[in-house]
Write a protein of this length. Structure first.
Length: 475
């Protein structure tokens, strides 16, 4: 049923209705729309706009609709334009003309953004729970490899030896920032727009503070025009989801490389791999590749909404109908992707021996020579030149740094005495990197322990927020 039309002499053309219709994607807002409708009903009843009898009947019908929507026994039909019109049809089928009373003092403009905020909070909390589970898997896997060496990379070239646990644990820090962003976003999003009407508020005795409290928001809108036109919370959520996608893409890229025959470091579980339809020997890291590939989709959804928002004047414009599909798609994509990547991480095994053998290759210990000279009070520029000369000599004679003789080292710089051999080992290099956040096994163990503690704190915090939100939604 249409929620407008009294001043029109013609029905909407089929093409107009088809373009305008949003029920195919906004029906998933139905539980949140019923919740916001019940909050709005409360102020209509307490203010005397509706009689107690009417309010009681509408509330009972809304409760019935909520159950029917959840069970799938009440569904949209072809003539429903959007979720709001479908649910009002449901009320009217139960109550007759009295079902239309709930529209008093409310517009689809404030109604839809209220529903979308509730949906967004609910699902961003779900994303947060999945991230916490992934963090836990990363840290558990990292803790297995604290004492295992591997080459660290910059520019995809061997740089310096690192603890492989350190390499893995870095991803937990990226997801910790994503969780912080979600928590910050929650504070800005927990603002109720209900009561703003179409754009100017209402002449009816509404109480936006009361509906805000009833819906569990932290506050209510300060400006009714801004309330109906604001979609910052959608754009910001899409940015957060895009960053999560970028972080997943980095994991996907690394796992793809590590699982290759050239690296052969990672043995990805069969449960998180696929095969080839023509090459029977193939075992492909498709979860990693999909994690990498879907990041483009997430970034595209952000760009789509930012582009839609950039030129909207004044208050509500119908362009804002385009906010939902990109947001819904990003949420659905991550809720599909995160558990799969978490499973891939937790079940992958790494070849300790191959990583250790690769750790000193590419002259990755050259910085240790420079640092050794600096500790001998040699200016770093001079030390850097000497280390570079050691590398050049090794390249010309097809040797590694530790294979240079004592006389060759002293010839390059007199301060390169026999003591330098203590740092010309992967073990020495790792254990010397004891600065805060460094790659020495003791420091890595501290980092992982602290990250696990923060992970538990985040889990408790998100669980508390989720519990309070679910309690509010069920009231």
């Amino acid at each position: 049923m249409a929620l407008w039309g009294g001043r029109f002499s013609q029905n909407a053309a089929d093409a107009t209705f088809a373009l305008s219709r949003s029920i195919d994607f906004d029906w998933r807002l139905a539980p949140y729309d019923i919740r916001s409708s019940r909050a709005h009903l409360g102020v209509l009843a307490t203010s005397g706009v509706l009689s107690p009898e009417d309010a009681h009947a509408i509330d009972a019908a809304l409760r019935e609709l909520y159950v029917e929507v959840a069970k799938g026994s009440f569904l949209p039909i072809a003539t429903d334009e959007d979720v709001h019109s479908a649910l009002e049809r449901g009320l009217s089928e139960k109550l007759g003309a009295r079902g239309g009373s709930l529209r008093a003092g409310r517009s689809r403009n404030d109604q839809v953004t209220t529903d979308l905020r509730l949906f967004a909070i609910d699902h961003m909390l779900e994303i947060a729970r999945e991230i916490i589970a992934m963090q836990s898997a990363i840290l558990e896997k990292a803790s297995e490899y604290i004492n295992d060496s591997a080459p660290g990379f910059t520019h995809i070239q061997h740089a310096q030896p690192v603890s492989f646990g350190h390499e893995l644990a870095k991803h937990a820090q990226a997801f910790a920032r994503d969780l912080d962003r979600i928590k910050d976003w929650l504070a800005r999003t927990s603002v109720s727009p209900l009561g703003a009407g179409a754009l100017a508020g209402s002449s009816l005795p509404l109480d936006p503070q009361a509906t805000s409290r009833a819906l569990g928001f932290d506050s209510h809108f300060a400006n009714s025009i801004d309330a109906v036109s604001d979609r910052d919370y959608v754009a910001e959520a899409l940015f957060i989801l895009s960053m999560i996608g970028v972080h997943l893409s980095r994991i996907g890229e690394e796992w793809t490389l590590w699982a290759s025959s050239e690296f052969a470091w990672a043995k990805v579980s069969d449960a998180y791999s696929t095969g080839s339809s023509i090459m029977p020997q193939k075992k492909n890291p498709d979860i990693a590749e999909l994690a990498r590939g879907k990041s483009g989709r997430l970034v595209g959804n952000l760009v789509s909404v930012l582009t839609m928002l950039k030129g909207l004047p004044f208050a509500y414009n119908r362009d804002l109908q385009e906010d939902k599909e990109p947001f819904f798609d990003s949420i659905d994509t991550l809720l599909l992707l995160l558990p799969a990547v978490t499973g891939m991480i937790s079940t992958t095994e790494f070849d300790r021996e191959k990583m250790a053998l690769a750790a000193p290759l590419g002259f990755s210990l050259a910085t240790e020579i420079a640092d050794y000279l600096v500790l001998k009070k040699i200016p770093f520029a001079t030390a850097h030149e000497a280390a570079g000369a050691c590398v050049a000599l090794c390249e010309s004679s097809n040797r590694l740094l530790h294979q240079l003789s004592d006389s060759e080292l002293v010839a390059i710089n007199p301060a390169l005495d026999e003591g330098v051999r203590a740092v010309l080992t992967v073990h020495g290099a790792l254990h010397s990197r004891t600065s805060a956040g460094g790659t020495s096994p003791t420091r890595v163990a501290e980092q992982i322990k602290a990250a696990m503690k923060n992970n538990i704190a985040s889990k408790l915090d998100i669980a508390d927020k989720s519990s309070r939100f679910m309690e509010m939604m069920g009231s």
